[in-house]
Write a protein that binds this ligand. Structure first.
Ligand code: ADP
Ligand code: MG
Length: 211
């Protein structure tokens, strides 16, 4: 049975599932960043997720913002580099938008992704079309706003589809930011590594809600 809403500790467990899935996906993320960047995205995300697990495991939460902001801060302090700031901001800015909420439903999913997309763009300066994780995150946030009156499971499944579509669409973009910028047109035909991470993150959230 799909879950109607998530308690703070269910949010924690969902994020622990995300951490495990990203760790398991390290080779995929490494390959994606090797194609267009310097090949360290998988290792960086794995390091971040190990730090997240240490912070979240065994901790009780009484509001839903805390597991998300704790995750973001653990990523920022353990990963370093562009993606530590960018992915840490995703969870920290998104989590802050949930302050004091007692459960996560479709409306909170929309608040999370909208604040995450705004926070990441403000922090990193990338806009849609620059071939970064923003190209998966912004369509996810737009879909989440559309779906905020639906059930949690329906909403998060649609958000995951939008992130996946954004990742696939990033294949047809020419990188204008970060390390892939120097490749110019040679960056065509492959997805952005950070967009691959975003699609895995949201798909894992959706799987947790559906289970
Ligand atoms: P680094 O670029 O320091 O090697 P990673 O390889 O871990 O860091 O992460 C690269 C990913 O980070 C890119 O694929 C892209 O999605 C994302 N990224 C990098 N810079 C930005 C930025 N300014 N805004 C948004 N995302 C960014
Ligand atoms: Mg890299």
């Amino acid at each position: 049975m799909a879950k109607e809403s998530l308690s703070p500790n269910e949010c924690r467990d969902m994020l622990l599932a995300v951490a495990d899935k990203i760790i398991e996906s390290e080779p995929i993320l490494t390959d994606a960043d090797r194609a267009l960047g310097d090949g360290d995205h998988g290792i960086g995300m794995e390091r971040g997720m190990k730090a997240v697990k240490e912070k979240l495991e065994g901790q009780d939460f009484d509001s839903i913002d805390k597991p998300f902001t704790t995750m973001g801060m653990a990523m920022m302090s353990s990963m370093g580099g562009a993606s530590g700031a960018v992915f840490g901001t995703l969870f920290r800015a998104g989590g802050k938008a949930l302050a004091e909420a007692e459960s996560l439903g479709a409306a909170q999913v929309a608040a999370f992704f909208t604040a995450a997309a705004e926070g990441v763009q403000k922090r990193g300066g990338a806009k849609p079309g620059d071939k970064t994780m923003v190209d998966a995150l912004v369509p996810a946030a737009e879909k989440a706003e559309e779906m905020k009156s639906e059930s949690l499971a329906t909403a998060i499944a649609a958000v995951a589809e939008a992130a996946e579509a954004g990742k696939v669409a990033s294949e047809d973009l020419i990188a204008t930011m970060g390390r892939a910028k120097t490749l110019g047109e040679r960056s065509l035909g492959k997805p952005d590594a950070g967009a691959v991470s975003v699609s895995i993150i949201v798909a894992t959230m959706s799987d947790y809600v559906a289970s």
